[in-house]
Design a binder for this molecule. Sequence first.
Ligand code: KIV
Length: 302
Amino acid sequence: MSATPIMTKDRKKVTTLALRRKKARGEPISMLTAYDYGTALAIDRAGIDSILVGDSLGMVVLGYENTLPVTMQDMIHHCKAVARGARYALLVGDMPFLSYQVSVEEAVRNAGRFLQEGGMDAVKLEGGRERLPAIEAIIGAGIPVMGHLGLTPQSVHLLGGFRTQGKTAAAAQRLLEDALILQEAGCFALVLEAVPAQLALLISERLEIPTIGIGAGAGCDGQVLVTHDLLGLFDRFTPRFVKKYADLHDEMARAFQAYKAEVETRAFPAPEHSVQMDQEEWEALLRKFRWAEDDGRSAGSD
Ligand code: KIV
């Protein structure tokens, strides 16, 4: 596959409306997470529709057990880096735990920071009907919101672990109702995480806004993966629904070991990795040293 940047003249910035149109045309939507400049640049060049600066940052970059310790400060810092790398993809910033649950005022202010300081185009937040006042107020402030239903990792303790949701008829019905409520509230899209494929398909068919699935089967209008999982960069565990497109953790280990070996045997740096002084300048320097040494010797012999 070519690494040539996809920078065609007519390439346009992806908007929330563009995602909606893709759904209407039956074209699948692609989304990946990014947390830094370089990855955002590479994802953007690959032509991915949307980049999510997910609070999965906490697990795959910062090394926490779950996403709960992630702060607004962490998120804004990484959003800024991603925004500097991506020109075309729709940028979605993930609102971290307690940034939208405490009060509607805090939710709007924090959502606004993602656009004003972080350079994002939209925000994502987790939850269904219980988040309606916050979602309506954020959208009322002119900020596009992506919903997130099913396995909502910020509720990991309430859910009893990272487990599939909507497996019973009653739970599935509640999920479908929540999806309709979020659409009615004005969400422009909806992440469905770890829900049965038939349910995700049913929800996708019932909604006019696009669904973006992760562990929700092929019936969603788009797919999102955590980039560290896709690249095989996160070694701690890999959810069953992840497809690894590379094994960069092993590749990194191989490169680090090769570097260590070459440093220890002085094979690195080779002449092509070093800079040489101009011969004339070098000889001038040597002459100066010799004079200084000769002067020192004659001074010592007095
Ligand atoms: O934080 C994240 O990366 C997410 C995706 C898994 C959808 O919310």
